[in-house]
Design a binder for this molecule. Structure first.
Ligand code: GCU
Length: 712
C-alpha cells in the first residue's frame, strides 16, 4: 500500500524545471555557487530518514528536488547515524531518540521542530526532530531556506514553534470561478473539473507548507449555500484528500440561511430545533467525507448577508449553534466581526458596539475573526479596538493579502510593514506590552485555540498572484503566521534571496524599495490618517468627490474625509463620534488630543483646520501636498532603482516588474492630482511652488471612469 502511495505522489509531482515565469515562487532551487554547494555536500552526505508515511515521502522528495537544484546532487539515504549525515525523525524513530530528549521537543508543540548541528563521534551531524511528521516537513523547508540563503550549517540551532496553531488562507473564490477582490485571474479551484485534479493543487499545497500555512478556506465569505450540497462536498473531499499529506486542513465559508435555501426548511433561526438538527446532520455528512475538516467561516448580518439577527438572535446564538454541530468532530467556527449596520453611527465603531456586549458568551470552539483595522483593509488604519478589549472571547486577526485598496496587483506594495505595524501595536488591553501579537497568540489570555487568517491573492495566472512582487505578500503572511515576531525586513530579504537573486547588492536595494513601498502608497493615496478615498465599488482609483446617491453613505469617500472649508478629517475624538473611547488608556487620551495623536492617524481621529500646524511646522494643507508629492517621488525613485537591476535577474521578470512600476508612477500621479485638486477646492490654498504641479485637470479626472475590465 505504502509503495502505491509513493508512486501516486511521484506521478503527481512533475519534475520541476521552471522557466523564469514566476511559477516557481520562492521554491526555484537555482544552483548555488560552487564554494557553498561543496560545503553543503560535504556536511550532508547521507540522510537517515525512515519514509514510513506519505508526509515523509513528500518531505524527502522536496529534499531531493532542492538538492538537485541547489547542489546538483541527490542525497543518499541510509538508516545509520554517521558523521556528516542529516538525521530526521520523531521520538518514534530509534536513531532520533538517541539524539534528542522528549523535554526539548515539548518546546516545539504539534507543528514545530528542532534543527541543529551536533557533535557526533568527533565530527558533526545535522539533526531535524519534531513531534509529528508535519513538523519534519516544515523543518525540511527551513533547512532548504537556510541553504537557499547560503547560511552556514555549522552552529545552526533552531527550536521552532509556530505562534498560531491555525495559519489559514481565506479564498474569496466563488463557485463560478470568479474571485472577489482577486487580481490574479480566475480561481485556482476548477469546480467544474473536479474530481479531476489540477497539478496546481499540489503546487499550492507545497508552497503553503513551505511557509507553514496549514489551513485553507476554499470559498468566498459571501458564501453560496451550494457549497454544502452533496455535489460540492464530494469535490471538497477531493481537495482535502490532496492537501492532507501537506498538513493543510480544509475549511468552508457557510451561508447562514443554508437550512432554508439548501435544506428547504421554513427558517434558519438558530434557536429552531430543526435548524439545529439540520446543521448537526450536515456536520456529520462533512466529517464522514473529510475527517480532519477544519470548520466554518461565517460572515453573518454583514453587507446584506443573512444571520441570526434576522430572527432577533445574537451573533453568539448563531455562532454557538454552529459550534455545537462541529464540536463532536473537533471543528471550529470562525465568526467574522466585520459588521456595520447603517444605524447612522460611525462605521469604525460598529463591530465593537455589536460584539463587546457578547464578550464571554461564545463556545470555546468559536473564534471571532476580526479585520486588522476597524473599517476595511485600508493602506493604514489603527488596530481594531476589539483586540485587547474582548477579554473572555478568543479572537483571531484577519489580514488582507490581496491588495484590494493598495493598487491591486499593479502597484508595488509589500505588506510586511503593514502586518508588522499591526501585530506590534500595543493595545494596552492588559497593561503595557499587550500587543496584538501577544493578545492573539495566547501569550496574554492563554487560549488554546489560536489562529490568524489572510485573504489570499492567489489565482490561475502563471505567477500565481498577478505580479511577481505580489508573491512576497503571500510569503510574508505565512512567515509571520509562523512567527509573529519576525521582522518584515528579514522576511523581505529572505524572499528576495530565494525568489529573485541572492546577490547582496541586489537584495539590499530591492529590499530597500520593498520596505518603503507601503508607505509610498499611503502617501499618494491616503496620507495623515485619511482613508477610503477610492472609488466606492472598485476600490482602485481616487474618487474623493464621489457622491453617488443610491450607495450607502458609509461606502462613499466623502463620508470619510469630511473635507469642507473649515478643514478635513473624521472627528472620532470625544467631541465627535468618540471612537477613541473604544481604546484603552493611555491610547484613548493620546488619540483624543490632536497634539498627542500620532500624525499617521491624525485625520482618522480628528477634523482639523487647513492651517493646523503639524509638529514639523508645516500647515496641514502644506503637509498634505508634501505627502502626496513624496508618494509620487518615492515611486519614481523605485522605478530608477529597478532600472539598474536590469541584467541582474532574468529578462522576463525584470520586464514584468518594470512595466508594473511604470503603471504605478502614472497612477500615483493620478492619485496625487485627484486628491490635491479636489481638496484644494476647500482649502483655497496654493500647492507649494517647489513641488511638481498637477498634470491633470479636476474636471477631466472626475469624468474619467475607472476601467474595470482590466481589473476583474
Ligand atoms: C470588503 C470588500 C468586500 C468583502 C468584504 C468582506 O467590503 O470590498 O468585497 O466582501 O470586505 O470582508 O466581507
Amino acid at each position: 500500500m505504502k509503495r502505491i502511495l509513493v508512486l501516486f505522489i511521484c506521478l503527481l509531482v512533475p519534475v520541476l524545471t521552471y522557466a523564469e515565469d514566476g511559477s516557481g515562487l520562492w521554491l526555484r532551487y537555482k544552483a548555488l555557487p560552487e564554494t557553498v554547494s561543496k560545503q553543503y555536500l560535504q556536511q550532508l552526505q547521507r540522510i537517515a530518514f525512515d519514509l514510513n508515511s506519505l508526509t515523509r515521502v513528500i518531505a524527502k522528495e522536496e529534499l531531493d528536488r532542492a538538492f538537485a537544484g541547489l547542489l546538483g546532487n541527490k542525497p543518499v539515504l541510509n538508516q545509520k547515524i554517521q558523521i556528516n549525515s542529516l538525521v530526521i525523525g520523531t521520538l518514534k524513530d530509534r536513531l532520533v531518540k538517541k539524539l534528542v530528549s522528549a523535554d526539548s521537543l515539548k518546546l516545539c508543540g504539534e507543528d514545530g521542530f528542532i534543527l541543529k548541528s551536533m557533535d557526533y563521534k568527533g565530527g558533526k551531524i545535522i539533526l531535524l526532530a519534531a513531534n509529528r511528521d508535519i513538523g519534519l516537513y516544515y523543518g525540511i523547508f527551513e533547512l532548504i531556506r537556510q541553504m537557499q540563503q547560503e547560511h552556514p550549517l555549522v552552529g545552526l540551532h533552531l527550536t521552532e514553534k509556530p505562534s498560531y496553531s491555525r495559519r489559514i488562507l481565506n479564498h474569496w473564490d466563488n463557485l463560478d470561478g470568479t474571485v472577489e477582490r482577486g487580481y490574479a485571474g480566475h480561481s485556482i479551484w476548477k469546480w467544474d473539473e473536479l474530481p479531476t485534479i489540477s497539478p496546481r493543487y499540489i503546487e499550492y499545497a507545497r508552497a503553503n507548507a513551505s511557509i507553514g500555512i496549514n489551513g485553507t478556506v476554499l470559498n468566498n465569505v459571501n458564501a453560496s449555500p451550494k457549497i454544502l450540497s452533496a455535489e460540492y462536498l464530494a469535490k471538497v473531499k477531493v481537495l482535502a484528500d490532496q492537501f492532507r499529506p501537506y498538513g493543510i486542513h480544509v475549511y468552508l465559508s457557510v451561508n447562514f440561511s443554508s437550512p432554508k435555501q439548501l435544506g428547504g426548511l421554513p427558517t434558519s433561526d438558530p434557536l429552531d430545533e430543526k435548524v439545529d438538527a439540520w446543521w448537526k446532520k450536515k456536520a456529520d455528512e462533512i466529517y464522514a467525507l473529510v475527517p480532519d475538516f477544519g470548520g466554518f467561516l461565517v460572515k453573518a448580518n454583514s453587507e446584506g448577508l443573512p444571520g441570526p439577527q434576522d430572527f432577533g438572535r445574537t451573533h453568539a446564538d448563531g455562532a454557538n449553534m454552529l459550534a455545537d454541530a462541529l464540536a463532536p468532530h473537533g471543528g471550529i467556527v470562525m465568526w467574522r466581526a466585520f459588521v456595520y449596520n447603517p444605524d447612522g453611527d460611525d462605521r469604525a465603531k460598529q463591530a465593537f458596539k455589536e460584539f463587546m456586549p457578547l464578550d464571554g458568551k461564545f463556545r470555546s470552539n468559536v473564534i471571532i475573526q476580526v479585520k486588522n483595522g476597524p473599517v476595511d483593509f485600508q493602506p493604514r488604519e489603527p488596530f481594531s479596538p476589539l483586540f485587547g478589549a474582548m477579554k473572555h472571547t478568543t479572537l483571531m486577526a484577519e489580514l488582507q493579502i490581496t491588495k484590494e485598496y493598495l493598487g491591486f496587483s499593479d502597484h508595488l506594495a509589500y505588506l510586511g510593514p503593514l502586518f508588522e505595524e499591526f501585530l506590534k501595536a500595543d493595545t494596552y488591553g492588559e497593561g503595557p506590552g499587550s500587543t496584538v501579537a501577544r493578545i492573539t497568540d495566547g501569550s496574554v489570555f492563554k487560549e488554546k485555540l489560536t489562529a490568524i487568517a489572510g485573504v489570499a491573492n492567489i489565482g490561475e495566472e502563471v505567477n500565481w498572484c498577478g505580479s511577481n512582487f505580489a508573491q512576497a505578500n503571500w510569503y510574508v503572511f505565512g512567515r509571520m503566521a509562523w512567527n509573529n515576531s519576525l521582522s518584515s525586513k528579514k522576511i523581505a530579504d529572505e524572499w528576495i534571496e530565494q525568489t529573485l537573486s541572492p546577490d547582496p547588492q541586489f537584495v539590499s536595494e530591492v529590499s530597500g524599495m520593498m520596505m518603503q513601498s507601503r508607505e509610498a502608497v499611503v502617501n499618494y493615496m491616503t496620507p495623515i490618517g485619511l482613508h477610503h478615498l477610492m472609488g466606492w465599488s472598485h476600490h482602485y482609483g481616487p474618487e474623493p468627490w464621489t457622491d453617488f446617491r443610491g450607495a450607502r453613505p458609509d461606502w462613499l469617500p466623502k463620508y470619510y474625509h469630511k473635507a469642507d472649508s473649515a478643514g478635513i478629517g473624521f472627528d472620532r475624538s470625544s467631541h465627535g463620534s468618540n471612537a477613541v473611547g473604544q481604546y484603552s488608556e493611555p491610547l484613548r487620551s493620546l488619540y483624543d488630543n490632536p497634539a498627542t495623536c500620532p500624525e499617521i492617524y491624525l485625520l482618522w481621529f480628528h477634523h482639523l483646520p487647513w492651517d493646523y500646524r503639524l509638529s514639523n511646522g508645516n500647515k496641514l494643507w502644506e503637509e498634505l501636498c508634501y505627502k502626496y508629492s513624496s508618494g509620487v517621488e518615492k515611486v519614481k525613485e523605485f522605478q530608477k532603482t529597478w532600472d539598474h537591476m536590469q541584467g541582474k535577474i532574468d529578462e522576463a521578470r525584470f520586464g514584468e516588474i518594470q512595466a508594473k512600476l511604470a503603471i504605478q508612477v502614472k497612477e500615483a500621479i493620478w492619485w496625487r492630482d485627484a486628491c490635491l485638486l479636489y481638496f484644494q477646492t476647500f482649502s483655497h490654498q496654493p500647492i507649494p511652488a517647489e513641488l511638481d504641479p498637477p498634470v491633470h485637470q479636476l474636471d477631466v479626472l472626475k469624468k474619467q471612469k475607472f476601467n474595470l475590465k482590466n481589473h476583474n
